[in-house]
Design a protein around this ligand. Sequence first.
Ligand SMILES: Cc1cc2nc3c(=O)[nH]c(=O)nc-3n(C[C@H](O)[C@H](O)[C@H](O)COP(=O)(O)OP(=O)(O)OC[C@H]3O[C@@H](n4cnc5c(N)ncnc54)[C@H](O)[C@@H]3O)c2cc1C
Length: 394
Amino acid sequence: MNLDFTDEDRAFRREVRDFLRQALPDDLRRKMIARRYLEKAEVVRWQQILNARGWAVPAWPVEWGGQAWTPTQRYIFQEEMALAHAPEGQPFNINMIGPVIAAFGSDAQKQRFLPATANLDIWWCQGFSEPGAGSDLAALKTSAVRDGDDYVVNGQKIWTTQAHLANWMFALVRTDNSGKRQQGITFLLIDMRTPGLTIRPIRSIDGISDLHEVFFDNVRVPVANRIGEEGRGWDYAKHLLGNERSGIARIGLSKERLALLRALEADLAERGVLDQRERQRLRRKLTEAEVELRALELTQLRVVAADAHGGGANSAASILKVKGTELQQRMTELAMELAGPAGLTLAQPADGDDEEPGWIAAAAPYYFTMRKVSIFGGSNEIQRNIIAKTVLGL
Ligand SMILES: Cc1cc2nc3c(=O)[nH]c(=O)nc-3n(C[C@H](O)[C@H](O)[C@H](O)COP(=O)(O)OP(=O)(O)OC[C@H]3O[C@@H](n4cnc5c(N)ncnc54)[C@H](O)[C@@H]3O)c2cc1C
């Protein structure tokens, strides 16, 4: 298997790098280095810059704004975005609901939602999890009962990220209790302003309130807002969750973090903050992390190469998820070690606090934020079960 990049790939990388160098606003770049919370308007601003270039939704079908890139080009694009400190795409719009509407939506739904979704004129949230239905998602109970041209929805969702920012939710609801659990699930698009829908924030360990509970009390949703057929929601959700996991290793992000950690370590040593023994200890840990990251990168490139030749990508997705998220968390642990007492604050750094190495002020909030990556997108325990079954045949 040839893991080298071709001349075309290298030219593509230069094109992406040049574009990012001139198009990424400096204030966003600095906020990303500091891992400070991006406001909705800032995410939208960057998405619209990408959209103007035609690169907002590269994985979508070409007729809806996608790019016919090879898997290798998609990998290069993601990596260059991370290394340039560019904001990641809003995942609910770009990776999740867009591809589902493009694949299973009606023509009217495509026209209505896809351009606005790509440009972040509308902001989606994901209403899948419920109390009692997380890893075991098919246990979901929120019900939708047909009444004329509407469904009437009752129940509760939980862990809904950025429900307070969203105009629309894509949700899984139960329309049938009689047969196999998966067959009674339907996929609805719900306007967040509909009467009877209320949201309540949950404050998370990183000190922010991005997560929500969402309650439905006789919420009327037009049947026209159903994706595909009634009772086939599970199939559409599987398509979506497959997309959620792709790129979840975020190797570019870990590389970017590691480079910052190395620069910080050198800076602290130069300023005499670290003695020789501490320095050796930290450098060994950074090197161990780098070796594992290189190994993961090779695995990812093998998957990309296999994908480019028409298959084999899926069985490795769980491995990439587990190892990729472990390394993302390792970077935040190393940042806490390097930050020392300066990292013992949960306050989000203020404006102007983002000069390097001022980003250590964000070490603790970022450390706590990144605990989530081993939970969502299918928890790492669930991924290990999948690896045991499908890779190891246990
Ligand atoms: C920050 C964050 C944002 C999220 N955003 C959203 C969102 O926007 N929309 C949405 O719908 N959901 C969202 N989620 C929910 C997420 O999908 C669930 O948390 C996840 O699926 C796990 O479900 P659970 O929390 O109910 O935990 P549970 O499924 O109850 O699991 C609890 C623990 O038991 C383990 N476990 C469960 N089953 C097994 C098993 N069979 N074998 C071994 N171990 C097992 C799990 O790994 C976990 O450690 C978010 C979660 C987080 C943390």
